[in-house]
Design a protein around this ligand. Structure first.
Ligand code: ADP
Ligand code: MG
Length: 497
């Protein structure tokens, strides 16, 4: 019996544990999407490839398994590139599969012909075109393995029309190709755990920073235990929010600037010292701050500043080992009478009072704080919150709380606007299958929403219960007031004359 490339691809993805495919079909991948659905993969047809790519990577982050983005050749793949870069920069697992023109049309102006593997390579950990139908299972295994293991990222598989329709003898295709499956997380060197514990015990002003790497590692239980046992103040990064609940008494988000500035020892769990954390450098940090850095990527260690203790490990086993070590040393901060805790609490009180005053100001037009306070008061605590926009995202981050990990999806490390609707589609699909009563709340600036607003049609078509709130200030950043607008118009009049 013969089997074609479409069906080999579908069976291989299924075998590797892929569950969701987001995409837009056309020549030559229409039959591909049908084969996917026949194999039991969930296919969601979207309105723009970029949004489909955002959806696929969000599902990858939520589940730990790459979501697939299926698109057509040439423009279809090129529309995905922004999404691929976003996933790669965010360290989220994603597998992009694009059809490409028949191999015998290459070089003579084939329909939507483009150098697709070369175009993708910069945005990927792995980019390849399987050389024959029989070798598709091997390439799918590698693509899924690379996207999801080590530091997660992007894989790309190029599927020429001729390969998708190529027939192979079923008994010669290794459809039961092995699955590497979940790889046992890398454990830390015990000597480094000891050093980290010693440093924390001696610290006067310790701080834990919880990044989205801790969320990717699914280390929430371990990190919660560490913070609860030791009572070291912690600061989540934007998408590290919810690994430990935002309303934990040990969270010092409301004194963020102060906490970073004055900490003498920082335990950095799955966050890069990039622009979001001010590079770990002065003037935002103390000159002699000592960092205990834990990351799954060895290449990330000592980046931007030299770490005092650099640990190459998965967050979960490291945190478990550290908690154990610290409890052996009977270490725990006592907030009452502790100077560091006192400083942070005073600062938190002041900042919270400012926010409260703003939030209670109901004058029109409503200010951001008043809007978000009302939203926060009315949404279930375990909602998935999708957030983007400039002020909308920045101010919303402090007021919209997360009490579960991987429940905040935002513009991320790349600061990408237009991600929201695609992320919301993915989150709603995931909720439908895994947590049907959970709400997806999408809080968007008007300009951010405009990038991918058409995905509202996708939500409607699949009956996905997403709530979208648009904070409309009539433009990018703060928009223009009437007088400024008039001034611009008068320039236009002059130019026309
Ligand atoms: P944030 O946006 O929260 O600051 P980043 O995306 O900058 O987070 O950093 C996340 C870091 O977490 C990356 O350096 C990545 O290599 C790392 N990481 C991802 N998964 C794991 C894991 N399972 N264990 C340890 N580190 C991880
Ligand atoms: Mg705006």
């Amino acid at each position: 019996m013969g089997i074609d490339g479409n069906n080999i691809l579908a069976e291989s993805l299924k075998k590797q544990g892929v569950e969701y495919v987001f995409g837009i079909v056309g020549i030559p991948v229409i039959e591909t999407s049908l084969a996917f659905q026949a194999a039991g993969l969930k296919y969601i047809g979207m309105r723009n490839e970029q949004a489909a790519c955002y959806a696929a990577q969000a599902v990858g982050y939520l589940t730990g398994k790459p979501g697939v983005c299926l698109v057509v050749s040439g423009p279809g793949l090129l529309h995905c590139i922004g999404g691929m870069a976003n996933a790669q920069v965010n360290c989220w697992p994603l597998l992009v599969i694009a059809g490409s023109c028949p191999e015998d049309h290459e070089g003579i102006g084939g329909f939507q012909e483009w150098l697709q593997v070369e175009s993708s390579r910069m945005y990927c950990k792995y980019a390849a075109r399987p050389p024959s139908a029989r070798l598709i299972p091997q390439h799918v295994e590698k693509a899924v393995r690379l996207a999801s293991s080590g530091r997660p990222g992007v894989s790309y598989l190029d599927m020429p029309a001729t390969l998708l329709t190529a027939e192979a003898e079923e008994d010669k295709v290794p459809l039961d190709y092995y699955t590497a499956g979940a790889i046992k997380p890398a454990h830390p060197d015990p000597a480094l755990v000891e050093q980290a514990a010693d440093l924390l015990v001696r610290a006067e002003r310790p701080l834990v920073i919880v990044g989205k790497g801790a969320a990717s590692a699914r280390a929430e239980e371990a990190v919660r235990q560490l913070v609860d046992n030791t009572k070291i103040p912690f600061l989540p990064t934007p998408m590290g929010k919810g690994v430990v609940p935002d309303d934990s008494q040990w969270c010092v988000s409301a004194a963020r600037t102060q906490a970073l500035l004055q900490a003498d020892v920082i335990l950095l769990l799955g966050a890069r010292l990039n622009w979001m954390l001010h590079f770990g450098q002065q003037p935002r940090y103390a000159p002699n701050v000592k960092v205990i850095q834990v990351d799954i990527s060895a290449e990330e260690l000592n980046n931007s500043i030299k770490s005092e203790v650099a640990v190459h490990s998965d967050i979960k086993p490291f945190t478990e080992a550290l908690t154990k070590k610290l409890s052996e040393k009977k270490f725990s901060l006592q907030p009452a009478g502790n100077k560091w805790w006192q400083t942070l609490q005073d600062k938190q009180k002041k900042n919270t009072q400012f926010v409260e005053a703003q939030a209670n100001d109901k004058s029109v037009p409503l200010n951001y704080y008043a809007v978000f306070k009302t939203v926060q008061a009315n949404i279930p605590k375990d909602s998935v919150i999708v957030s983007e926009g400039a002020n909308t995202m920045d101010i919303g981050r402090g007021i919209l709380l997360n009490n579960q990990p991987r429940h905040r999806l935002d513009a991320g490390t790349f600061g990408t606007m237009g991600v929201g609707p695609g992320f919301a589609v993915a989150a709603a699909m995931w909720c439908r299958d895994h947590a049907p009563n959970k709400r997806v709340i999408c809080v968007e600036g008007d300009s951010a929403f405009g990038f991918s607003g058409m995905e509202i049609e996708t939500m409607f078509r699949y009956k996905l219960p997403v709530i979208i709130i648009i904070v409309n200030n009539n433009g990018i950043y703060s928009g223009f007031d009437k007088n400024t607008m008039k001034e611009f118009q008068s320039y236009g009049d002059v130019a026309q004359r």
